[in-house]
Design a protein around this ligand. Sequence first.
Ligand SMILES: Cc1ncc(COP(=O)(O)O)c(C=O)c1O
Length: 433
Amino acid sequence: MQAGIQAFDADAGITYDVGRQYRHPTTRTYLADVRERTRMADLFAKCATLEKPRQAEAMGCYPFFIPLESEAGPEVIIQGRKMVMLGSNNYLGLTQDPRVKEAARDAITRYGSGCTGSRLMNGTLDLHRTLEARLASFVRKDDSLVFTTGFQTNLGAISALVGRHDTIVLDRSVHASIIDGCRLSMGETLRFKHNDMADLERVLQGIDPKRGILIIVDGVFSMEGDVANVPELVRLKKKYGARLMIDEAHSVGVFGEGGRGVAEHFGLLDEVDVFTATFSKSFASIGGFVAGNTDVIYYIRHMARALLFSAALPPASTAAALAALDIIEQEPERRTRLWENTRYLQSGLKELRFSIGKSESPVVPLIVGDEMRLAMFWRGLFDGGVFTNAAVSPAVEPDRALIRTSLMATHTPSQLDFALEVMGSTGRKQGIL
Ligand SMILES: Cc1ncc(COP(=O)(O)O)c(C=O)c1O
């Protein structure tokens, strides 16, 4: 290298060649850049600027992280007070079922309290394989694979299946776990307007046919309780040579003659290529599963990092899900009761003139719009003895803040009457109605 003029940077403690472009990290340009950046930004600066939850806390209407002091049944104890629970996903009421609890207890006795490794290495129990075989035959697929959470199921399945030559086409309102699965995958992600099949077709038309395509929707959309248009999704997936993944988290146990979800409800279960669901709702446990054809499940089993590098579902949770599956298969009357309760609450809310959007499921929203009004309304319901969920952006569109209510098979008519009374009086008092 030609000798140039040298200078000493006292701050950085290095000597450098004047005029030379440095690339190595110990050079002056790099250090100058670091000094510049540290003058401008502190990683933690944003932490002190999260205004909305602090504002809601200051106003005494912060609706999140509220500890329950009892089981999450149709009534719960919160702050020592009995309340009607309209904010759980315990659709069939099975978290309180003695058979589910006993199965969990027995599994702890036999297998201990946890699996200390991943399914790949040392965490697979015969119980996992039994559950997987039962789930596969339940949703009429060749095989299934159990993950430790529903979130990890979507993360693992999507990121494993979608490679750099593939495109995901996503309903805008899918669950966060699906969005994050897409972010982790190597493929491109395109979105279509919520439940808008014309827009889906527009997106599909623009994709190079040489790319593999995975369309992903929720069966029941988790915040507004509306249902995916499965017949149209199937028509379009066939027309454009795509594969279809449905997350049946809120629909398994709830929809369909056998409780297999919305695809069964439409008579199109065979057309779903990738079926995912969670155990944290109708299955009264924690965990999730993906089901599909033999090769697809084999591939995911060996490629899904959320499975390979995370400890397996604990024995008690696996056994509880298995016991819940027995009940889902054997007691369709639970679904009947859930739907009776759903219709009862929906018609009561409509009579009161609440705006409940396009809900067609036991997830029933009360759409309020503004987030601060929502927080006040939530607090009014809470004070009145009704526990609900407040849903704000990014879970819903920013101008569509809503109270999310959800039914259980085990709610009684008098509990629902009480809730309707509180919702009506609070809504009138606060000008929501
Ligand atoms: C549609 C949907 N998919 C996946 C999940 C994640 O499931 P889990 O909470 O069991 O991890 C949820 C949870 O709320 C959900 O609503």
